[in-house]
Design a binder for this molecule. Sequence first.
Ligand SMILES: *[C@@H]1O[C@H](CO)[C@@H](O)[C@H](O)[C@H]1NC(C)=O
Ligand SMILES: *[C@@H]1O[C@H](CO)[C@@H](O)[C@H](O)[C@H]1NC(C)=O
Ligand SMILES: *[C@@H]1O[C@H](CO)[C@@H](O)[C@H](O)[C@H]1NC(C)=O
Ligand SMILES: *[C@@H]1O[C@H](CO)[C@@H](O)[C@H](O)[C@H]1NC(C)=O
Length: 672
Amino acid sequence: MKFRPLFLSLLVLVFVWSVASQESGFTYNGFQGVSLTLEGISQITPNGLLMLTNQSRQQQGHAFYPFPLQFKNPSDGNVVSFSTTFVFAIISQYPDLSGHGIAFVISPSRGLPGALPSQYLGLFGESTVGRSTNHCFAVELDTIQSKEFFDIDNNHVGIDINDLKSFRSAPASYSMDHSGGRWQNLSLISGKQMQVWVEYNGLNTQINVTLAPFNVPKPDISLLSVSYNLSEIMLDTMYVGFSSSTGSVLTSHYVLGWSFELNGPAKALTLSQLPKLPRVGPKQQSKILTIGLPIIVPVSVSIAVLGIIFIVRRKRKFAELVEDWELDYGPHRFKFKDLYIATNGFRDTELLGIGGFGRVYRGILPSSRIEVAVKRVSHDSRQGMKEFVAEIVSIGRMRQRNLVRLLGYCRRKGELLLVYDFMPNGSLDKFLFNQPMCTLNWSQRFRIIKGVASGLLYLHEEWEQTVVHRDIKSSNVLLDSEMNGRLGDFGLAKLYDHGTDPQTTHVVGTVGYLAPELIRTRKATPCSDVFAFGAFMLEVACGRRPIEPQGSAEDLILVDWVFSCWSKGAILETVDPNLGSTTGYVVEEMDLVLKLGLLCSHTLPSARPTMRQVVRFLAGDAPLPDLSSPLGLGVSGLLGEGFDDFATSYPFPLDKTFTQSSIAESLLSTGR
Ligand SMILES: *[C@@H]1O[C@H](CO)[C@@H](O)[C@H](O)[C@H]1NC(C)=O
Ligand SMILES: *[C@@H]1O[C@H](CO)[C@@H](O)[C@H](O)[C@H]1NC(C)=O
Ligand SMILES: *[C@@H]1O[C@H](CO)[C@@H](O)[C@H](O)[C@H]1NC(C)=O
Ligand SMILES: *[C@@H]1O[C@H](CO)[C@@H](O)[C@H](O)[C@H]1NC(C)=O
């Protein structure tokens, strides 16, 4: 009789206790039998590791505590204090390269809809990153430097609020020193276990993030200590969990143990109970010895045979072509194997683009971890290769802020690989023609024009020998992280220009940028570069290609159209409509660029300015000559003449870029 109420109250107590414990926190020393909401490729291994990503590329994994947590105090709507700690490890295919990282995340839902792998860490997508509607708080352990998110380095801890541009971040390190002086660096991708603590004080809105090696007690000094009022971004109830992603390097991200608490410090993890990480490296040898000799001998013979086959194949796979004359160029020469590793075996996922001369891949050099662009150019003859490589090596010594730096090269049978600085913003033509991806404003465009002009001046006059670019166009202008224009691909056209028989000599370049005399004489000069630069300037100002296949007869050729508008006194009608009305640009600058574009496009090479003059005009150091003077553009009929000439004297095929171009054909057949 008496124990009935006692039993009931015990039951109530147990119930209350279980609800309370569910709501206020949990502690997992390993995840065996733990029910988490898993998404993507995350899984719990049989021995209880939470494996967010396994050894696979471009994947993401999420794991959430399945129940919502009441983060806001119902009485005042403020986020209460919370605290969490977890042990993680990142095991990568390579000792010095990994991708991309782990984040502890507090999110409105038990998943992260629309999230992307690699640099997005599985947290956000292209269209959601940075949105206040994300209501998302995360602490990232990021192992790749993503320029687009202003990452400080490739080994940092960051506090992310709705965004991957961290609110605050610091290189992964810890300090046991109370004076805060001695910070010890930690490598997130070392494969070693490490512990993280994340604490939030709801009263003074302080967030602390602390990192330490495994088995080291929590340091007194936090790596990150910032004030941010999370009441402004969090909802009443939220879910807690982890997100992780891989890029192009095979990486496994593990969480070994996790504890979380609302309104109090997270319970300490029992480190000795955490599951063991899988072994890395070769398996133990001792077992083999216990198996009898009769088995070992044939096995080792076949292993040796397989090994030899493997080595031979590998040799062939990574074979390079080196000749005696190249030995002086040692420092400029890259190993094919390194480029192969850097670009993940030239995978399509690393493909940046396909240009006139070959495919371009993004890569990370294995030793230095420098981000590079690798261009694979196929060539069928060795003709001119020696001179060409000599020129490349000489170009490799150029240092000018408006030229894409050539770091070196590698040669294989039938193939040349060129290694350039990586340009995070890609090529200019995307910004001009792939509307409405991103329109450049006028001051950006004007700066790019001036930059390219000074890069070209350097090639023509300031370098130890005159270098003719031969293929100036917007797709060969690349944008660095600060949106400076940099000229790429210089000198490359020459490789295709070493024919000796005049009947088969190829005119290299792109229709619309080719100076008329080039077609006649087949000799590229600084003057023909200026012609192409003129077409380029008009392209940037008008937001149109030099030849518009869809255009009507009178605006088919950009320079003719600008010329006719200029002669009607309405040159500003040609301005790119994406720049908006006259408020979108500086009229004087625009006027200058359009007129200078016309001047550079003059049919007579001698009437074109030099690049030095162009730079002075653009800087406003010299006035533009009067276009209607005899040396100006008074001879408009000449603009088309070169093409007629070309059509009658040189039947096809002249060059691939020409014959493939129906534009050129229609241009010629209409007898422009
Ligand atoms: C990784 O996980 C995915 C999904 O669980 C699976 O399809 C894939 O085979 C795994 N890869 C490796 C290398 O374990
Ligand atoms: C620690 O890492 C930072 C940033 O990567 C670096 O500047 C510093 O020199 C490193 N310190 C030591 C002692 O290695
Ligand atoms: C965060 O760190 C600061 C200074 O290191 C310390 O005074 C404060 O108590 C810490 N706050 C929490 C919530 O741990
Ligand atoms: C945090 O923000 C909430 C809501 O905006 C506000 O009510 C609260 O006073 C703020 N807390 C602090 C400490 O500023």
